[in-house]
Design a protein. Structure first.
Lengths: 496, 93
């Protein structure tokens, strides 16, 4: 790579955004190889305290980075050439292990790439590792992972949220400039909130689910973690779009979200659901209301709205998600791939032993609840009722969006909680997603971005938009980050 | 829900549960069902259940023949294969 002369020191590169790194690489101020090595070194040095990575894909990353540098030296620059990223370990990656945080897939090597992986690889990004997560994305604290809990970079005695806890923590600690995640009931937004980064869950169907290990197919959606709204916009543009391999992906045209979010901000009418603030923790409420005042002074008009049925979101979710999970996870039978138990007596024994050894406690609990909800005689009382509640919730959002451009609220009811605090109380754990699940049930896009602190732990601001209104969400988020600096705060663990 | 239900659904789900775990599982599932029962506070008699978040119809692909054989690639993940087949315990006596 003789043509690349470094004009920039690498020491501070981990504090740069995707947008900045993109420019440095394009202008040959840094090489992808050096940048990749810099981030891998950081993972090796810092992640021993966080456990945010399940695997570091060093050899693969170095090969990719060298290939990208060679292309650049020939004048071929892909849109996100040479920028390192971490993939949540739920996305299938060809030739690399994909564990989904489970013993079941401890040694699974996918024969193909997920569409999200393929698209980001094609854009020139370099995968430096796979991030830790709650087993099969079932959890809100990243404590259900077979590979150990992830710790919050702001205080390692606290959880980073989940299920995409590793992806969120790694971006917060500046181990990567960005990462991917998935969100079934809040699994991108809640950890983004608890670790002080940006995380976007697009509209259902905006991003292909092909190769993303399924948890609850009617709710699952892929998204990204970054430190700025602008970076979210850049990455979202690249992962969105129709995919013939996912029949639920949308044919709707993909805008250039980066351009859209940077357009001059025009006044927006923003709804605040009164139900989100009733009974909310005083400090969280205070921080949220301060932010409302800031936005009020800067071109936003606020309006109180009611999303009365949103409080039933967790109840409906606890039927729909486990029901779909019990069906999706039936493929893990110990026969074709995944964990297979030894010394079995017959085929039934093979299924039962393989599944019982391969799945952790929370996954088993959800499979059992889902099996119960779908079993003969209970379908109407549970699944059908939940799908009706879903419609009621969806109708309320539809009404609200006739009056407002966007909806604003806190992402989570509180800041991060201590490791172990909620592990024996599944209901308390499920309620961490109380403000996020409704949007999944309605298929809406939403984003979390840092809005302040409580007890030195980050708090997130949630922006919810109408279907395919990601541009509006990102525009408000970008505007907010031009007038505030919460997104620039960093945890001590990340160093200088 | 009772102990027999847990035994029945664990058999349907092909998950082994040890006898000393049944009570704990029963308690946690009952708590979840209590949370779920809150749905009954809303009358949904005249509501059409949601089938797709965007009210879209399932798209069908074109009926085209594609020939592919990736058996070897897919079986790389399994050491219990023989001549292209997956080996399992004897099913028929």
């Amino acid at each position: 790579m003789d043509t690349i002369k470094f004009q920039r020191s690498l020491t501070n590169m981990h504090n740069k955004t995707v947008s900045e790194l993109k420019k440095y690489i394009k202008e040959k101020e840094i090489s992808s190889l050096e940048l990749t090595k810099h981030f891998i070194d950081r993972v090796k040095n810092i992640d021993t305290q966080l456990n945010s990575f399940v695997s570091i894909t060093e050899e693969y990353a170095i090969t990719q980075a060298k290939k990208i540098d060679l292309e650049i030296s020939k004048g071929e620059v892909r849109p996100l050439a040479g920028i390192p990223l971490a993939q949540k370990d739920i996305f299938c990656t060809k030739d690399l292990k994909t564990t989904c945080g489970s013993r079941m897939l401890e040694n699974f090597i996918s024969p193909y790439d997920a569409t999200v992986v393929e698209k980001l690889n094609h854009a020139g990004m370099v995968i430096i590792g796979k991030t830790n997560m709650d087993e099969f994305a079932m959890g809100s604290s990243n404590e259900t992972s077979y590979f150990g809990e992830v710790k919050n970079p702001w205080n390692t005695e606290y959880v980073p949220g989940g299920s995409s806890g590793g992806s969120a923590a790694s971006v917060a600690a500046r181990l990567v400039p960005c990462s991917t995640g998935t969100d079934t009931g809040g699994s991108i937004r809640q950890p983004a909130s608890l670790t002080g980064v940006c995380g976007i869950k697009p509209t259902y169907g905006r991003v292909s689910r092909y190769g993303m290990i399924a948890f609850a197919s009617s709710l699952d959606q892929a998204g990204v973690f970054t430190r700025t709204a602008e970076d979210c916009a850049i990455l979202l543009t690249h992962i969105s779009g129709y995919d013939p391999k996912d029949s639920t992906s949308s044919r709707k045209e993909v805008p250039d979200y980066e351009k859209e979010c940077k357009k001059k901000f025009t006044n927006m009418v923003i709804g605040i659901p009164t139900e989100f603030l009733d009974g909310l923790d005083d400090e969280v409420k205070e921080v949220f209301e301060e932010n409302v005042k800031v936005l009020e002074k800067n071109g936003c008009t606020f309006k109180n709205i009611s999303l009365q049925s949103s409080k039933l979101g967790v109840s409906a979710y606890q039927v729909v998600a486990p029901a779909e999970c019990s069906s999706n996870l039936s493929r893990f039978d110990g026969v074709r791939f995944g964990h297979r138990a030894d010394s079995v007596k017959n085929i039934d024994d093979l299924y039962k032993k393989s599944r019982s050894e391969g799945f952790g406690q929370e996954v088993k609990r959800r499979i059992l609840i889902g099996t119960y909800a779908l079993s003969a005689g209970y379908y109407d009382a549970y699944y059908l009722k939940a799908q009706k509640i879903r419609k009621v919730i969806s109708n309320e959002f539809e009404q609200a969006f006739k009056e407002v451009d966007l909806i604003l609220g806190p992402t989570a009811p509180d800041c991060a909680f201590k490791l172990g605090e909620k592990t024996n109380d599944p209901i308390a754990m499920y309620l961490s997603d109380v403000f996020t699940v409704s949007t999944n049930l309605a298929g809406l896009p939403a984003m979390s971005l840092p809005m302040g602190f409580k007890n030195n732990l980050p708090l997130g601001l949630q922006i919810i938009g109408n279907h395919f209104d990601e541009s509006k969400i990102l525009s408000l988020a970008h505007h907010y980050q031009q007038i505030t600096d919460w997104h620039l705060k960093k945890p001590e663990i990340s160093g200088d | 829900m009772n102990k027999e239900t847990i035994i029945k659904i664990s058999d349907l789900a092909k998950i082994d549960i040890k006898d000393d775990q049944i009570d704990d599982i029963l308690t946690s599932l009952e708590k979840i069902l209590n949370l779920v029962d809150e749905m009954n506070s809303v009358d949904t008699d005249n509501v059409t259940p949601m089938s797709h978040p965007l009210n879209l119809k399932q798209e069908l692909r074109k009926d085209e023949i594609k020939v592919f054989n990736e058996r070897e690639l897919f079986q790389k993940n399994n050491e219990h294969t023989d001549n292209g087949y997956y080996k399992v315990p004897k099913i028929i006596d």
